[in-house]
Design a binder for this molecule. Structure first.
Ligand code: TMP
Ligand code: ASP
Length: 254
């Protein structure tokens, strides 16, 4: 890694100061964690795949008018992004019951939900990202009611679009997590989509077999994590030129 100021390090990504004011470099690590970092491993090539998958999805979203932080990909593991003030709320959109909603509400995994359901979690590792309501978000000032309306309507648009995009490649978009930030330009402030969209923060099931093609393979020790991420990239048509061979040695590119 070249020497530059590290602005933030998360569990799967590092943010560095960008080449010009108002920009950051988002670096995708191969580290995988689950259960708030309790379970840890390295998944070779994951960072390279997530960089490409997120680039692809963010670019497609921008094309339909969903503003987001992605500017351009810089190399195998890095992308240039707009600096935003992250809203400390994880937005979860669910189409099919899976994961925590099943435990919380006693619903069988795989049950289609009557309509997309949005949930919010407060971003706090110490508190284990607790589920919160709109009331908490506005009362504690994490976002104001107008911002929250904007976040909700953008999230539903992202869901509509991604549902169709994944359906077209034989994948069911079960649920996913988004993060938003405030982007300041002159006197203007806009809420834009940030973070990443990849199999790390989506549940993606093969439409024919329901095979899991996402981080649940890691969370639940199902094996074949990198193969599943590669399958998603392949179906999206974005496997690195030269095929999976390009992914060998990706760990060397730090
Ligand atoms: P959950 O069922 O564990 O609440 O997860 C819902 C979705 O959100 C799933 O696609 C995984 C994603 N997610 C994250 O991206 N980060 C997290 O910290 C958690 C808990 C879930
Ligand atoms: N991202 C969270 C963690 O690292 C949880 C998850 O994705 O399951 O622990």
């Amino acid at each position: 890694m070249t020497r530059r100021r590290r602005v933030y390090e998360g569990k799967a990504k590092v943010l560095f100061e960008g080449p010009e004011p108002g920009t950051l470099v988002q670096y995708f690590k191969d580290d995988a964690t689950a259960f708030n970092g309790e379970k840890k491993a390295t998944v070779t090539g994951k960072g390279v795949l997530n960089n490409r998958i997120s680039e692809h999805l963010m670019t497609k979203l921008a094309e339909i008018g969903i503003q987001n932080h992605f500017i351009r990909r810089l190399n195998m593991r890095e992308q240039l992004i707009k600096e935003v003030e992250i809203i400390p709320v994880e937005v979860i959109i669910r189409n099919i019951a899976a994961g925590s909603i099943c435990k919380r509400l006693g619903i069988a995994e795989g049950t289609p939900l009557p309509r997309p359901i949005i949930e919010y979690c407060f971003k706090s590792d110490e508190l284990n990202d607790p589920l919160v309501s709109e009331e908490h978000i506005t009362a504690f000032g994490w976002a104001n009611p107008l911002e929250l309306d904007d976040i909700m309507s953008q999230s539903l648009r992202v869901n509509d679009f991604l549902l169709g995009l994944f359906a077209g490649i034989g994948i069911r978009l079960v649920d996913f997590k988004l993060e938003f930030g405030r982007f300041y330009e002159g006197d203007e402030m806009q809420i834009i989509l940030a973070d990443e969209i990849s199999p790390d923060n989506c549940r993606l099931w093969d439409a024919a077999t329901n095979k899991k093609l996402d981080k649940d393979r890691f969370r639940r020790d199902l094996g074949g994590v990198e193969d599943a991420y590669q399958e998603v990239a392949r179906r999206l048509g974005i496997i690195p030129e030269g095929g999976p061979g390009d992914l060998q040695g990706t760990t060397a590119i730090q």
